[in-house]
Design a binder for this molecule. Structure first.
Ligand code: DGT
Ligand code: CA
Ligand code: CA
Ligand code: ZN
Length: 561
């Protein structure tokens, strides 16, 4: 898997910080920081450069070039693996705290045995930090505030992080296991990970103990772990009886409560073990959720709909909406190439699209303006369009030529209308001046929609999960304007964005606004994030007809015809 430059840069920066934590030579530390900076600024993807080309970059020597090669192809290198193995798992997370750098983390570790955020909080509360030179009561207070802030920010994780932890747990469980909870329901963020397994609890608990950072609670029915700074609940069920447990642990809580009421009205009690007939006291157990829905006289409710937002009544009537499926998707509508900040060449995008069975991929590189590295100006966009035509002569997956044009602070677009006219489809996004007040931001985006050339608004709220809040944009007004201007709204499927969220998707759908799923992929692997966007569309009750990606190229809006 080829890594994008920014990913390689992040790993180099991480190595530099780890070295710094370990109190290594400052020159060595600085060399990594500088290499990260250099690679972040490069035009060409390092994944496509050989060792000699890398060594030709001033500031990158033989040893660094070798590591960069390893990182670009595998995501890591022996030096990083060695450092990570020598560092307590909870230590790097301290770097995220306001006012705490690598040198401080190193001293906290060596002098006070602090190995993570819990240790740090306890030490600050017990006034042990002031034992360190340069630390006083005021600094202790600052640290406590930073810990509190970090806990708030880190409360919910991205679906990618949750998915990776869930996969690690599934891999060690000695038996069948299913993901449940909000992760299975396809929510845009996940609080904790929930898993149902029919594995025997004894051996399973042994395996989990070896995997986890710590075990919060361990039992024959339920085990709770801390793993990679997150929490996971594992529930044990007997083979052949796991349907009720999966239904219960998938939730949501509101859905479960409604379902229990439905069971009550039919003279039954529903819990995580099955359905009990209240008249006879007899418990019936189920292997699948479908059997339980059937026993309640309901159509099976897809996990994405289980929020008690009207789906229970629809399921009882047997007329649940038919939802868009991943198989309906014909292409990706937001992908970056190495013409701006992506890692893939146009050929590689076409090949990756073909591999995924797509009919098309919309190439949407950044426009040139402040804030985005290596954006396209009018001239390079035209050149790219020519290049796309050349690629399309041979490719099975058609590249549509688009652009992700910046919506400037005053609502103007960063490229002239005449240039946008030559694009198949135009995505317009906010990448600057995120703190405008609600009215200014809302008018700004609506002004962009009023441009005849704009087909899709990219990541409408501009949030970055856990890092940047949504802008103050008034989505109700934006949705109305999307309906009147015929502009589609993006469902950005990048786990870091998940923008717009399910509630807005449903509002948009109700008003007849079309949704465009885009992965915002900067590398081939990220094209696989599409399913997160499909899950969001399903959570917004979208059918295939509501989603542009289900259309053939000739039926897309813009100038694709
Ligand atoms: P999260 O973790 O905040 O992203 O959201 P969930 O939905 O995964 O919630 P979680 O982990 O607290 O609980 C998992 C499922 O367990 C939840 O979706 C439904 C069920 N559940 C939890 N608490 C209750 C409850 O008080 N009553 C009922 N009926 N079910 C519950
Ligand atoms: Ca959960
Ligand atoms: Ca849970
Ligand atoms: Zn963007």
């Amino acid at each position: 898997m080829a890594m994008a430059n920014r990913q390689v840069a992040a790993v180099l920066e991480e190595i530099g910080q780890l070295l710094d934590i370990h109190g290594e030579n400052p020159y060595k530390v600085r060399a990594y920081a500088r290499a990260a900076e250099l690679i972040g600024m490069l035009d060409r993807p390092v994944a496509a450069m050989d060792r000699e080309e890398l060594e030709a970059i001033p500031g990158i020597g033989k040893a660094l070039a070798e590591k960069i090669r390893a990182i670009a192809t595998t995501g890591t290198c022996p030096e990083r693996d060695r450092l990570l193995a020598a560092t307590p798992a909870g230590l790097p997370a301290l770097l995220a705290l306001q006012g705490v750098g690598p040198k401080t983390v190193g001293r906290l570790w060596r002098d006070l045995d602090i190995e993570g955020i819990d240790d740090l909080e306890a030490a600050a509360r017990n006034r042990r930090l002031r034992a360190l030179k340069g630390f006083g009561p005021k600094k202790e207070q600052e640290i406590l505030r930073a810990v509190e802030e970090a806990r708030k920010g880190a409360e919910r994780m991205t679906v990618a992080e949750a998915g990776a932890i869930a996969a690690a747990i599934l891999a060690v469980l000695p038996g069948e296991a299913r993901v449940a909870g909000s992760l299975r329901r396809g929510r845009s963020t996940v609080g904790d990970i929930d898993i149902v397994t029919t594995a025997p609890s004894g051996p399973a608990n042994l395996a989990l103990r070896a995997l986890a950072e710590s075990v919060v609670e361990e039992g024959e029915k339920k085990t709770t772990l801390r793993i990679r700074g997150r929490q996971a609940d594992i529930r044990y069920a007997r083979t052949g009886e796991e349907g009720a447990m999966l239904l219960y642990l998938t939730g949501s809580k509101a859905f479960n409560i409604r379902l229990r009421e439905i069971a009550r009205t039919q003279g039954m009690r529903l819990n995580e073990y099955g359905l009990t007939d209240l008249a006879t006291g007899r418990l019936s157990v189920y292997r699948t959720e479908e059997e339980i829905f059937a026993a309640l006289g309901m159509a099976p409710v897809p996990p994405e709909l289980r929020e008690d937002r009207g789906e229970v009544e629809r399921a009882l009537r047997g007329d649940l909406p038919s939802l868009v499926n991943e198989a309906d998707i014909r292409g990706d509508l937001h992908v970056h190439s190495d013409w701006s900040d992506g890692a893939m060449s146009l050929d590689e995008i076409a090949a990756a699209g073909e591999e995924r069975g797509y009919e098309y991929v919309l190439v949407t590189d950044h426009s040139a303006s402040l804030g985005v590295a290596h954006g396209l100006d009018a001239e390079r966009l035209q050149k790219q369009q020519e290049a796309i035509r050349r690629v399309n002569r041979a490719a099975a997956c058609t590249l549509l030529s688009g652009v992700e044009v910046d919506i400037l602070a005053d609502g103007r677009l960063a490229l002239p209308a005449a240039v946008l006219d030559d694009c198949d489809l135009v995505v317009a996004s906010v990448h600057s001046a995120f703190r405008q007040d609600a009215d200014t931001m809302t008018r700004r985006v609506i002004a962009a929609m009023e441009h005849e050339q704009v087909d899709i608004i990219g990541h409408p709220t501009a949030r970055l999960i856990g890092r940047r809040p949504a802008t103050a944009i008034d989505m109700a007004r934006v949705i109305d304007a999307a309906a009147t201007t015929g502009t589609a709204l993006e469902i950005n499927a990048s786990p870091a964005r998940m923008d717009i969220d399910d509630i807005y998707i449903r509002q948009a759908k109700k008003k007849g606004v079309k949704l465009a799923i885009g992965t915002d992929a900067h590398s081939a692997g990220e094209l696989g994030h599409l399913h997160y966007g499909v899950a969001l569309a399903r959570r917004g009750w979208c059918g295939a007809g509501d989603v542009l990606n289900t259309r053939r190229p000739a039926d897309l809006p813009g100038r694709c015809r």
